[in-house]
Design a protein around this ligand. Structure first.
Ligand code: SF4
Length: 326
C-alpha cells in the first residue's frame, strides 16, 4: 500500500503544489490535500496557533490539523529561500518548530530548502525527501525532473493570465483549456501574498467578486519573472523578501500599463513585510495617479465591509474612466 503524504492547502501550496504532487506520485506515494479553507479550519488554527502569527499562518495550522488521520506523513519543509540571494518571510522558517508542538500529528517530512547560495541545496533536499521512498538516486532524479517540468508549465499557464486553481485544473486534465476571463474592459490589478489573494476563504473570494462586478483581474503571477525583476530593481535598495519583491516589481510594471484602471492591495493584519510593501506600492500608485484600494484582512474582517468597499471602488473607477477616458 502506498504511503499517504499530506500537503496542507495553504501558504506556498499556491506556488509549488504541482511540483511536490508529481514528485511524490512519481515515487509511488499517494498525495492527500487538506480540505479547502473554511470556518472550521480557521477555528482550529486560531485555537492552536501562537497569538503573534499572521492570519495565513493561523490558517496553515488549521490545514495541518485537518490532515491528521488522513495522511501517514505531512510534508512540511523549512523554507528558507526559494531564490538566489533572497529570503522568504522568517515565519516560514519557524513553521516546522511551531507545528511540531501540536499533538497527535503524523510524522512530519522536514527538510531545509535553502536556495540562497545556489540551486545545489535544492537537489540535496530533494534527495533527502526521495530517500524516504527509495534509495535509488536515478529514480529520485527522474521524479524530480518530471516534477520540475510540470511546475514550469504551471507557472507558464499563470503567466498567460490564469489563476492558480485554473492552471491546476489544466495541469490535472480536469479541463481541456480555458479561455481567459473577459470583463467590461475594466482591468483591476490585485496585489498581495499568493496565499491571501488565492485562498477564497481568506480573501473572501475577492477574485470571483471582482470578476462578477465586471472586472478582469490581473495579479503578479501574470507577469514574467524577468519583468518583475527589472521593475523591482528600480527601488533604491533591493528588497530581500522574495514575495514582497515580486509584489513590488509587478505593481511597478502595472502602474505603467495604460489599460490598468485600478489597483487593490491585500495585506494580512500582523504582517510586517505587507505593511512595508503596501506602503511603498501605495506611494508609487498615488504618484502615478492610479486609483488604489488597500484592504487589510484578519480573522475578524467582515465580508459585508469588504464587499461594500470593493463595489464603491469599482464605481469610482468606472466614473473616472467615463469622465477622463482612462
Ligand atoms: S509575509 Fe506576512 S503574511 Fe506571509 S507569512 Fe510572513 S508575516 Fe505572514
Amino acid at each position: 500500500m502506498s504511503l499517504k503524504i499530506g500537503i496542507p492547502r495553504s501558504l506556498l501550496y499556491y506556488y509549488y503544489y504541482p511540483l511536490w504532487r508529481v514528485f511524490f506520485e512519481e515515487l509511488g506515494a499517494e498525495v492527500v490535500l487538506s480540505s479547502h479553507s473554511a470556518k472550521g479550519i480557521l477555528a482550529e488554527g486560531l485555537k492552536n496557533a501562537v497569538d503573534e502569527v499572521c492570519l495565513p499562518v493561523k490558517m496553515f495550522y488549521g490545514h495541518v490539523l485537518d490532515l491528521s488521520g488522513k495522511a501517514d506523513m505531512i510534508f512540511l519543509p523549512r523554507i528558507v529561500s526559494v531564490h538566489k540571494r533572497e529570503y522568504i518571510c522568517p515565519k516560514f522558517l519557524g513553521l516546522p518548530d511551531m507545528i511540531r508542538c501540536l499533538k497527535n500529528l503524523p510524522p512530519l517530512i522536514e527538510v531545509d530548502i535553502n536556495l540562497y547560495k545556489n540551486n545545489k541545496d535544492f537537489f540535496s533536499a530533494v534527495t533527502n525527501i526521495g530517500n524516504i521512498f527509495t534509495k535509488n538516486r536515478l529514480e529520485i532524479w527522474q521524479a524530480c525532473l518530471k516534477a520540475l517540468k510540470v511546475q514550469k508549465k504551471y507557472f507558464k499557464l499563470m503567466q498567460m493570465g490564469l489563476m492558480p486553481s485554473e492552471a491546476l485544473a489544466i495541469i490535472e486534465g480536469r479541463v481541456e483549456d480555458k479561455a481567459l476571463p473577459e470583463g467590461d474592459e475594466l482591468l483591476i490589478v490585485l496585489i498581495g501574498h499568493p496565499y491571501n489573494i488565492y485562498d477564497p476563504y481568506i480573501s473572501m473570494d475577492i477574485i470571483s467578486r471582482l470578476r462578477s462586478m465586471g472586472a478582469v483581474v490581473a495579479t503578479a503571477e501574470h507577469v514574467s519573472e524577468k519583468i518583475i525583476k527589472s521593475n523591482a530593481a528600480r527601488l533604491p535598495k533591493k528588497l530581500f523578501w522574495t514575495l514582497g519583491s515580486r509584489m513590488i516589481g509587478a505593481a511597478f510594471h502595472y502602474l505603467e500599463q495604460p489599460d490598468v484602471s485600478g489597483m487593490v492591495h491585500v495585506a494580512a493584519f500582523g504582517c510586517g513585510p505587507d505593511s512595508m510593501t503596501g506602503e511603498i506600492i501605495e506611494r508609487y500608485a498615488r504618484r502615478a495617479g492610479m486609483p488604489f484600494l488597500s484592504l487589510t484582512l484578519d480573522e475578524h474582517t467582515g465580508e459585508a465591509g469588504i464587499l461594500t468597499r470593493l463595489e464603491a471602488f469599482l464605481d469610482m473607477v468606472r466614473w473616472r474612466k467615463a469622465a477622463c477616458g482612462y
